[in-house]
Design a protein around this ligand. Structure first.
Ligand SMILES: NC(=O)c1ccc[n+]([C@@H]2O[C@H](COP(=O)([O-])OP(=O)(O)OC[C@H]3O[C@@H](n4cnc5c(N)ncnc54)[C@H](O)[C@@H]3O)[C@@H](O)[C@H]2O)c1
Length: 283
């Protein structure tokens, strides 16, 4: 089974990146949004991303034009009917994802593979609303999709080998390093990432060290591109709280209990760069 036409539900931060890298690798792409305005915004962002690659000399103008020609934007889910693979990248809400998968299961051909880009929801919960649980898996990309080299594929207890093999081939064809994670809370990456971030938040909260020393210590001592408190501002403190709460809800593992300060900062709207304040001031 080799995919030729890829559908992407949602043209937000992740969906537009998945559409871009798929089209750039030669796939025909259909990407959907809930209305024309958001679709236009998403498509403009794809164009902007490709134009920046052309400016930097990383992409030929002809390849940019070819890539854009391969992406069809839509607000009609019926346009997914002849896709071999659909990646759902709508907002992180289980009920919405279940609704989208119910629709996709009805619209897409019986042999089409359906996947979700969820960061922390149970893929099995989404798969269970379909009549093709063997053809459902998680395709967890990282932000920004055109830059980040990793694709974490999430195999549920019902995903077939054929489905997984086809997704691995597709991921590799996008130039990604593919890892295979079980459908367990946090998969591989967030399960490693969250306890590390929580430790940094707690060190700060308990006054163990200054925010600068925590960031410099990790950045320079462990050779990370940035320290955890700086990274938190980029990811969004609300997203981090949501992820750790979701993992804790399923595992009850105390490693994932959100620090009180993190919860208070989110309540106060101190979400990081997007609101101008996190552990540092960004105004
Ligand atoms: N942002 C990240 O760093 C990141 C990383 C990995 C995974 N994820 C996951 O990817 C998914 C998308 O995240 P995002 O950051 O791109 O969110 P986003 O809010 O930027 O984009 C989501 C888009 O989906 C659209 N949408 C909602 N319902 C839809 C529907 N029924 N049909 C079509 N479009 C619909 C919204 O209008 C919105 O534009 C989430 O599940 C998130 O957890 C995000």
């Amino acid at each position: 089974m080799a995919f030729k036409k890829v559908g992407v539900v949602g043209c937000g931060l992740m969906g537009r990146g998945i559409a871009e890298v798929s089209a750039k690798s030669g796939y025909d792409v259909v990407v959907s949004e809930i209305n024309r305005e958001l679709l236009d915004k998403g498509m403009a962002a794809v164009k902007g991303s490709l134009a920046r690659a052309v400016e930097k000399g990383k992409l030929a103008q002809a390849d940019m034009d070819k890539t854009l020609g391969k992406i069809k934007g839509t607000t009609d889910m019926m346009d997914f009917k002849d896709c071999d693979l659909v990646v759902e990248a709508a907002i992180e809400n289980l009920e919405l994802k279940k609704k989208i998968f119910t629709d996709l299961d009805r619209i897409c051909a019986p042999n089409a593979v359906l996947s979700t880009n969820t960061s922390c929801l149970s893929v099995m919960d989404v798969a269970a609303v379909t009549k093709r649980t063997d053809k459902v898996l998680g395709c967890h990309f990282f932000n920004p999709v055109p830059v980040m080299k990793l694709l974490e594929l999430v195999k549920t207890i019902t995903t077939s080998k054929e489905t997984l093999d086809a997704a691995v081939e597709w991921g590799k064809s996008l130039g990604k390093t593919v890892i295979i994670a079980p459908d367990r809370p946090g998969f591989i990456v967030n399960r490693s990432f969250m306890p590390y971030m929580i430790e940094a938040f707690e060190m700060y909260e308990q006054g163990v060290a200054s925010r600068e020393d925590i960031d410099n210590g990790v950045q320079l001592g462990l050779n990370h591109p940035m320290g955890p408190l700086t990274l938190a501002a980029m990811v969004g403190l609300d997203t981090l709280l949501f992820v750790t709460d979701a993992i804790y809800a399923e595992t009850k593992n105390p490693k994932f209990v959100a620090p009180i300060l993190l919860r208070k900062m989110v309540t106060a709207g101190q979400l990081g760069r997007k609101t101008g304040k996190g552990f540092y001031d960004y105004k």
